[in-house]
Design a protein around this ligand. Structure first.
Ligand code: CAA
Length: 246
């Protein structure tokens, strides 16, 4: 069988990089799709994935047409995509009473619209080939809500609804759609939370520490496996026990 191609949006971010490494280590050809612009950040990423079948491709996942052209180019090269991991995400934390429209739009657009943009273009090829694995990186805060995150919690909860609906639509076509909900992990996004607030959160995590990005990535690799075909419409929490629920 041909090597499967995995696209990871937000691929050079904190979780994205770990996901790229895990998928490449599982034998995938990985395309890390992320914003260009910051050469230092891109070079740092490329150093971390050196020796693995991972390449960087500039993509603004909020741009519907750019996502279409990106998927079309992969298809033309016979490179799937077979696996799509939607990991592009940003925060603009502030209470609703202080939130402006731009903070709402930015978070909804990067975290949720991007999922539509990529899935909309990638799903036809997956259905035609009779195989696809879509994994949406949501968040514990999409399950519980978080103070200061009406925008982010709404986007992340929205990903769950999207995941379940699309899972139903493509279940008979060999395509699975699942979400993973990380808790607080050792990423720049979490390290940007003021120290005393972050410590207060860690104190409430039953496991007693932040998660490691590779602890999230291994679940993504598991869900992307050819043998994971009976898991669809599911959400797998990786949150150190911060939220336990069905
Ligand atoms: N619950 C209840 N009340 C709270 C609170 C909380 N968690 N945090 C603050 N408050 C209270 C304050 O005590 C204060 O009360 P008073 O007005 O009576 O004094 C009031 O709410 C306003 O608080 P602030 O002035 O601190 O509000 P702010 O707007 O300056 O700051 C904030 C708000 C920026 C959101 C800050 O609380 C914060 O950074 N919180 C962390 C948010 C967070 O966890 N983000 C996750 C980012 S990482 C991520 O998202 C990855 C992932 O998926 C897990």
């Amino acid at each position: 069988m041909d090597k499967r191609t995995a696209v990871v949006t937000g691929g050079i971010g904190g979780l994205g990089t770990a996901i790229c490494i895990a998928l490449a280590s599982a034998g995938r050809r990985v395309v890390a799709a992320d914003l260009g612009g910051d050469r230092q950040r891109i070079d740092g990423f490329l150093r971390r994935v050196e020796g693995l079948d991972v390449r960087f491709s500039e993509l603004d996942a909020t741009d519907f047409d750019a996502c279409g052209a990106f998927v079309e180019a992969l298809e033309a090269a016979g490179e799937g995509p077979d696996i799509l991991v939607n990991a592009a995400g940003i925060t603009r934390d502030t209470t609703l009473r202080k939130m402006d429209r731009a903070q709402w739009d930015a978070v909804l657009s990067v975290n949720l619209d991007s999922v539509f943009n990529l899935c909309r273009h990638a799903v036809d090829g997956m259905v035609a080939r009779g195989f696809g694995r879509i994994v949406n990186i949501s968040s514990v805060n999409g399950q519980t809500g978080q103070f200061g995150q009406t925008n982010y919690s709404a986007a992340k909860a929205g990903m769950h609804g999207f995941t379940m609906a699309l899972a139903r639509e493509v279940a008979r076509k060999g395509v699975t759609v699942n979400s993973v909900s990380p808790g607080y992990c050792e990423t720049a996004m979490v390290m940007a939370i003021p120290e005393e607030i972050r410590q207060g959160i860690v104190d409430r995590v039953p496991v007693g520490r932040l998660g490691r990005p590779d602890e999230v990535a291994r679940v993504v690799a598991f869900l992307s496996d050819d043998d994971a075909g009976y898991i669809t419409g599911a959400n797998i929490p990786v949150n150190g026990g911060l939220y336990m629920g069905f």
